[in-house]
Design a protein around this ligand. Structure first.
Ligand code: IMP
Length: 203
């Protein structure tokens, strides 16, 4: 039996503004306000695991322990078939410049590696999201969502964040960055994982 979340404010263990905004939008209909790890001055723990769920657990438990509150983390990324699943858990790392994150650089790398290995088109890929809700007593619940699609070049669209401008979700011909937030959240990996979270932990 899934442990229920009670309360009207949820601590989301992320410093990523894009994720936080989407989470706030997704949870608004359930009367839940979100507060980010940055708002509570929580440090960003090192993500030392090689799975999405492992890293999501690290972030959620660190935040729950530091605050004494239930904390929800999101570990997500993109897996590209033609690159044997890369960048996967290293999706954010591909954008690391040493002085912040540059997603144009990360998308260019994905494109260049696909071209270099002569990957067959369409370039199939999946956005993946693992959510972990952790309580201060060490209990946790895990929820997962996947959005299948393909990659396009050149990139298109100005909305969203991260790799959104190069990802066209299955059944659509526009990228996530060409959709408004409402449209993206209905079909995204994060939207699907939040659906599971709400079904399991609310009501
Ligand atoms: P992490 O979960 O903090 O390790 O970072 C995951 C990375 O995946 C983010 O920095 C984004 O670049 C990328 N990502 C995750 N979800 C999305 C999304 O919905 N759109 C675009 N990029 C995403």
């Amino acid at each position: 039996m899934t442990r229920k979340f009670s309360g009207d404010t949820l601590l989301v263990a992320t410093h990523n503004k894009g994720k936080l905004e989407e989470m706030a939008h997704l949870l608004e209909p359930f009367g839940v306000k979100v507060v980010g790890a940055g708002d509570m001055d929580l440090p960003e723990p090192e993500e030392t695991e090689d799975t999405f769920v492992g890293n999501a657990r690290i972030k959620a438990h660190a935040a729950a322990k530091a605050t004494g509150l239930p904390a929800l983390s999101d570990d997500s990324g993109i897996t590209i078939d033609g690159l044997n699943g890369a960048p996967g858990v290293y999706t954010a790392d591909w954008a690391e410049t040493g002085n912040g994150r540059d997603f144009m650089m990360a998308m260019t790398r994905a494109h260049d590696e696909l071209v270099a290995c002569d990957a067959a088109k369409p370039w199939m890929a999946q956005f993946r999201c693992t959510l972990v809700l952790a309580w201060p007593d060490g209990h946790d619940e895990v929820f997962e969502g996947v959005a299948p699609g393909h990659l396009v070049w050149p990139i298109r669209g100005k909305d969203g964040f991260g790799y959104d401008p190069m990802f066209v979700p299955e059944g659509h011909d526009v990228t996530f960055a060409e959709m408004d937030r409402w449209e993206k959240n209905k079909i995204s990996h994060r939207g699907k994982a939040v659906e599971q979270f709400v079904a399991g932990c609310f009501g």
